[in-house]
Structures are given as C-alpha cells and as structure tokens.
Design a protein around this ligand. Sequence first.
Ligand SMILES: NC(=O)c1ccc[n+]([C@@H]2O[C@H](COP(=O)([O-])OP(=O)(O)OC[C@H]3O[C@@H](n4cnc5c(N)ncnc54)[C@H](OP(=O)(O)O)[C@@H]3O)[C@@H](O)[C@H]2O)c1
Length: 248
Amino acid sequence: MKVGILGVGHIGKTLALALAKAGHEVSVANSRGPETIAAEVLATGAEAVTAQQAVKDKDVVILSIPLNSIPETAPLFADVPEETIVIDTSNYYPQRDNKIERIEAGQVESLWVEEQLGRSIAKAWNAIGSASLAKKGKSAASPNRIAIPIAADRKIDREVTMKLVNDTGFDAFYSGSLKDSWRQQPGAPIYCTDLTLKEIEAFIDTAEKERLPIRRDIAVAAIAERVGDGKTNPGADYGVRLSRALYL
Ligand SMILES: NC(=O)c1ccc[n+]([C@@H]2O[C@H](COP(=O)([O-])OP(=O)(O)OC[C@H]3O[C@@H](n4cnc5c(N)ncnc54)[C@H](OP(=O)(O)O)[C@@H]3O)[C@@H](O)[C@H]2O)c1
C-alpha cells in the first residue's frame, strides 16, 4: 500500500521503519521539510517528502503529531478523497497540548480530531508507548504477542488499520466505534499496559470514563518527577509498570 506518515517523532519514526520493512511504499514528512528528516527514519526504505506530498495519492495517511497540531494540518486534507484511510495516533495531554475545552468537558478525543479534519478517521497505535512499539513487535502467531486496540466507524478503515497494525508486529484488537474510543485513551486499563488480545478482552470494559484524566495526570506527574522534564519518554519497562499500577 502507499502510506504517507505526517510526523516522524517517537511514534511516526517507528511506524515508518516497520511499515517500509513490511513492504509498503512509505513517504514521511514533518513540519520543517524533507531535508530535516534523519537518515535513520529512512533506513528500511521510506522516502522523505513534503507534508503536501505525504497526503497526495495515498491509500493510507497516518497522522502522528501532537494533538494540538492537528487543526493546522486540516488544509492538507481538503483534496484527499474520502476513500483514503486516515489513521490518527494522537492522545490529549493538557500539559503538552494546552487545555482544549471540548475534550476537558468530555468529548471523545478521536471525535474532536474528526471534527478538526472534517473527515472520517481510524484511531490506532495511540495506546502503546513508543519504547514498546519500537522494541516489542513480534511476528504473527508468536506466543504472548502484544495487542493494540483500534477504533473505527467504517468497515474499510477497520480492516485496513487492523492489517497495518499486524504489519507493525502486534495483534489488532477492534475496540469499536470512535464514540467508544475513550476506552483506549490515556488512563484506561488498556492504555500503554502492553496486554495480549485475551487480556484486552478481559479489561476493556472495566474502564471508568471520569477516572481516566485523573489517572493520566498522576502518571504524567510521576514520569516528570522521574525523568526531570515533561518531554522525555520513560523507558519501556518503567512506563508499562507505571501504567499497569495506575490503570489496571
Ligand atoms: N510518545 C509516545 O509514547 C506515544 C505513544 C502513543 C501515541 N502517541 C501520540 O502520537 C502523537 C505523536 O507522538 P510522538 O511522541 O511521536 O511525538 P513527537 O516525538 O513530539 O514528534 C512529533 C512529530 O510531529 C511532527 N509535526 C508536528 N506538527 C506537524 C505538522 N503540522 N505537520 C507535520 N508534522 C508535524 C514533528 O515534526 P517537527 O519536528 O518538524 O515539528 C515531529 O516529527 C502524539 O499525539 C502522541 O500523543 C505518543
């Protein structure tokens, strides 16, 4: 498939490496231009392009940028056909994204993203930490393979997103429609806890919506205390231990 990825940070870079390695034709872009994209992002065959090129004539576009940068990408999607599958990896962290009143008031994050872009999206790869995504992928049918939840409203979005998640080394768990995708937002039992398919099935319905932001903010404070700033991602083991202690 022709896959465009906007954002080559912790998550976008790993997706570019894995999807190009799996045989997809991958184009990547950031906000500053193709010449600023590190060679390591292109190591398995992805091509660095402009943001306009990353969304043009693609089967799939993956958005892997901070949630509060999503509105500024909306003009890029004006000519992107409805059939193109757009998959968003974002999460809302008020400490990073500034407060977004609609989400603070309870709007589901993926529905806010859909409103900003004015089109259908799927949500995937948001509920795994970057260190786990980079290091813990396994081939299909490996024992104890970690699963990643995906939410989508359209059948085609669901099917293609599940296939791509599999191509990145993880089982795909269909968590339902976007309106229910708060169950994979920060603070939820299946968020960054590295569960298998069976474990996700067991835990997904234990989420309590009003408790998620409280637990998310406790995790942010614990990570900031440990790594010393609000930007560094914790190592895989610490991040998963913390998420399991707080969210499960
Ligand atoms: N880190 C994690 O463990 C993790 C896990 C799951 C989901 N997520 C979510 O996935 C998203 C990306 O996270 P991340 O940690 O990968 O972020 P990151 O490391 O901060 O990287 C962000 C990337 O987005 C690019 N970008 C920002 N604005 C852009 C724009 N308008 N057009 C094109 N590119 C733009 C940046 O490019 P420039 O440098 O050129 O601005 C950079 O390459 C976030 O919403 C995050 O919440 C993160």
